[in-house]
Design a protein around this ligand. Sequence first.
Ligand code: PLP
Ligand code: COI
Length: 354
Amino acid sequence: MTISIEKTISPKKKPDSNSLGFGRHFTDHMFIMNYTEGTGWHDARIVPFGDIPMSPASMVFHYGQEMFEGLKAYKSSTGGFRLFRPDKNIERMNSTNDRLCIPRVNPEDALQAIEELVSIDRDWIPDQPGTSLYIRPFIFATDAFLGVHASKTYMFMIILCPVGSYYAAGLNPIKICVEDEYVRAVRGGTGYAKVGGNYAASLIAQKKAEEKGYAQVLWLDGIEHKYIDEVGAMNVFCVIDGEVITPALEGNILPGVTRDSVITFLRTKGYKVTERRIGIEEVYNAAEKGSLEEMFGCGTAAVISPVGTLDWNGKIVNINNDRIGKISGLLYYNLTGIQYGTVKDEFGWSREVK
Ligand code: PLP
Ligand code: COI
């Protein structure tokens, strides 16, 4: 694919890498490509970061035909950068596209777009420990039309943000509120896909949790409100009596790239990892008996985030005395080590771009 490049004539001042937070600062350039029925994807270009003109009738504003992805670039010691399993994000991008009737993107073109854009803005990749460049590819419907149908035109864009930790707590254990009223996804819905609408539907519970002092919500299944699904922006794992347990992929949770990496890494190291349904009662019973050794969430933005407190309708449990557990620590060290290139990558996950 040929990507035309227009460089900015007014580069922005870069933020202080000690206080990046998440998702606040954007780099100098962005990638855009259009889709037109009959022509396919065309006009791939990298242009200065900025606003885009849109018709107020664009279908994305009315029916939410939109998807997004999230991955990171890590500065490598050799001056280049590393991407972590970008093929998995691109595969998930196309699985989401299928669900939303958005045309697929050629995986090689998507990877090329990511790599060229990050290369152009490589000076924006922060190098403080725990920082990286977050890559946000997204696609949305652009037909100016109010009938409820799949659009015939789309835009695929990629923007980049230098980021620190997603949670203010960093690697410290976070407080999570179990959501009993609202649901995020149901089987047959879009829970397994990365669509903006899932997050829009989650905001009310997230707001309620934040008002009570919690970082995020733990979603229960949409049918019985009995089984744990995932946390707002991450998949979740429990360690009970030495066994690592995570909800199985049954269509309602996001198949996280980090989740898959955690499972593969731990199994390779000899841990017993089980993918199955886990009742919230089972988690509370284990906590009462003292056999809930650890609980943690994982995701691209959240990395590995130990859970220190759970609140389910006012029933509060403290996990591992609010400390970072052995398995959470091991995973954090090894996964981030592979991502930054400081730990040997025996899995072939880290892709170095010079
Ligand atoms: N679950 C949800 C709802 C998410 O938003 C994310 C973040 O992308 C994840 C899980 C973790 O997925 P990944 O590890 O691919 O980032
Ligand atoms: C990610 O981890 O990439 C996410 O998309 C989480 C997010 C919704 C901020």
